[in-house]
Ligand binder design. Structure first.
Ligand SMILES: Cc1cc2nc3c(=O)[nH]c(=O)nc-3n(C[C@H](O)[C@H](O)[C@H](O)COP(=O)(O)O)c2cc1C
Length: 266
């Protein structure tokens, strides 16, 4: 049975989740959502099983994923599923995704799962490191093995319900989506920049241009924070809430630079 998993990731949690599911299902193609960003029209998928994997942003799904889901034609798929990875709370993101499919195609997701993984937004909370990070990742791997088994059996799994997640989404998600492309105005780069250009290479949506060997953000940001977390000199900061100076950086241990470049497509 052929499966396609569409994914978006900033720091590797969602890609690691997608890879774990693919390894159990077999005959599975992984497609980066960002690589399809500049294409037009409906995305028709002919696989028997179709899955989406992405992070939770402000209790919803990243803007790029919402726009992608609106274009995705799942009418030929026998079974659909979604997995969101999150730092703490995000079931409402699954309701959002399922709602998009209900609106565009008259069917909801067959199965929807939320998996806790290390948080990657330092202005809000320091990303876990060391043993704490290992513990969270181990738990996530066990949960993903369980989820892969349910998907393989074709089980119907509705998203759970969290009133808190729904309330947060109601309050914060609208302004987040409206303003996210311009949110890069709060990124800055310090003199410790080594001009290596890693930030531009890892940005899934090609939002960074190197000008005079320094990053300049182009205002179509998704706020995935890959630039912040990958900078080898920690020269990039995000000046919102508590800021990011000395507040740690995070990348899933299996994530490679090439994985991030693959999201940029051609
Ligand atoms: C802009 C932004 C907003 C976030 N909002 C939430 C949130 O509302 N709830 C949550 O549990 N985690 C939130 N997170 C944490 C991520 O969802 C989580 O770390 C995710 O696993 C990252 O996936 P990735 O490594 O595939 O990018 C947020 C992260 C970012 C960058």
């Amino acid at each position: 049975m052929k499966t396609i998993i569409y994914y978006f990731t900033g720091t590797g949690n969602s890609l690691a989740a997608a890879k774990k599911i693919a390894a159990v299902l077999g005959d599975c193609e992984l497609v980066p959502i960002a690589s399809l960003k500049d294409t037009q029209g409906a995305i028709v998928t002919a696989a028997d099983r179709v899955g989406l994997v992405c992070p939770v942003y402000d209790a919803g799904i990243p803007r790029i994923v919402a726009e992608f889901a609106e274009r995705l034609d799942i009418s030929r798929a026998g079974y659909t599923f979604a997995i969101v990875t999150m730092g703490g709370m995000g079931v409402s993101a699954l309701h959002q995704l399922s709602g998009i499919f209900e609106k565009t195609q008259g069917r909801r997701l067959d199965a929807a799962f939320a998996v806790a993984m290390p948080g990657n937004f330092p202005p809000l909370g320091k990303p876990p490191a060391g043993e704490k990070m290992d513990k969270i990742l181990l738990k996530a791997t066990l949960r993903l093995t369980e989820i892969a088994g349910m998907i393989d059996k074709g089980l119907a799994v509705p998203p759970g319900f969290s009133p808190v997640s729904s309330l947060i989404k109601c309050i914060t998600y609208g302004p987040f989506v409206k303003n996210v492309h311009g949110a890069d105005k709060d990124f800055s780069v310090s003199d410790s920049c080594t001009h290596c250009g890693t930030c531009a290479k890892v940005c899934p949506v090609k939002n960074i241009e190197m000008v005079d060997e320094k990053p300049v953000w182009q205002h179509h940001c998704e706020l995935c924070c890959a630039c912040l977390h990958f900078c080898p000199a920690e020269a990039i900061q995000l000046g919102v809430m508590r800021g990011t100076k000395g507040r740690g950086r995070y990348r899933h241990p299996d994530l490679k630079l090439a994985d991030m470049e693959a999201q940029q497509g051609e």
